[in-house]
Write a protein that binds this ligand. Structure first.
Ligand code: AMP
Length: 234
């Protein structure tokens, strides 16, 4: 079974983000970038499925600038077999990303697509759901357990006040919650080996997808700590 994992390059979770002086966005100059933590969990789950003999190939994909190759190499070091970079330097909406991922899904025909439930930079929590709608695949979001059984995947989901288990027909889309697994670290030999694994670069144009934006960011502001403290102390 082929598993496709979507990973996003984001500002590292340890970094205290700064807003640009003109309020047009977050200042990314000289900032440490990493793989989105929920995407690390997605890669880990795919690797565990391969170790169990359920997955035969893991393809990892990202949509982003050329520098996002770093996060693809990390995923390759963690156990993915090959990588696809959909190269775009633009700031894309979730819908544009979902359309690009759908084009990759059409090309790769995976049985299972694993995404994070949320990217910690934009906090959108919608790309997996949009991809499921566009591709017509079943979706199991906020997964805390994933079990492939024949032509189905059972996904235990974290819902308000409890857990819900759903059986999805394959092919299916799963988004990962925090408790699904604890991702491993890449070993040095695997980091070296990852340098030789295949990494293909494609453009949105080559995939036949328009990334024209339907919304525009008007302003980005830092939330004042004092306001947050007073709200949470109520
Ligand atoms: P979001 O809907 O933006 O909160 O992101 C949820 C998940 O969608 C992430 O954890 C990734 O798995 C995937 N995703 C979002 N943006 C991208 C991107 N630019 N490239 C690849 N995957 C992405």
């Amino acid at each position: 079974m082929k598993v496709l994992v979507a990973v996003k390059r984001v500002v590292d979770y340890n970094v205290k983000v700064r807003v640009k002086a003109d309020n047009s966005g977050v200042d990314l100059a000289n900032v440490k970038m990493s793989m989105n933590p929920f995407c690390e969990i997605a890669v880990e789950e795919a690797v565990r499925l391969k170790e169990k003999g359920v997955a035969s190939e893991i393809v990892v994909v990202t949509v982003g600038p050329a520098t996002a190759q770093e996060q693809l190499r990390t995923a390759l070091a963690l156990g993915a077999d090959r990588a696809v970079l959909v190269e775009s330097a633009e700031e894309l909406t979730s819908l544009a990303v979902a359309k690009l991922l759908k084009a990759v899904v059409d090309k790769e025909q995976p049985q299972l697509v694993i995404l994070g439930k949320q990217a910690i930079d934009s906090d959108n929590n919608q790309t997996g759901q949009m991809l499921a709608a566009l591709s017509g695949y079943a979706q199991g979001t906020f997964a805390s357990k994933v079990e492939v059984a024949g032509d189905k995947v059972n996904v235990t989901r974290e819902v308000d006040g409890g857990l819900q288990t759903v059986a999805l027909n394959l092919p299916a889309i799963v988004t990962t919650d925090l408790r699904l697994n604890e991702p491993r670290y890449a070993s040095l030999p695997n980091i070296m080996k990852a340098k030789k694994k295949p990494l293909e670069t494609v453009t949105p144009d080559a995939l036949g997808v328009s990334t024209a934006s339907t919304n525009k960011t008007l302003k980005v502001e830092a939330r004042l700590l004092a306001a947050r403290v007073s709200r949470s102390s109520r």
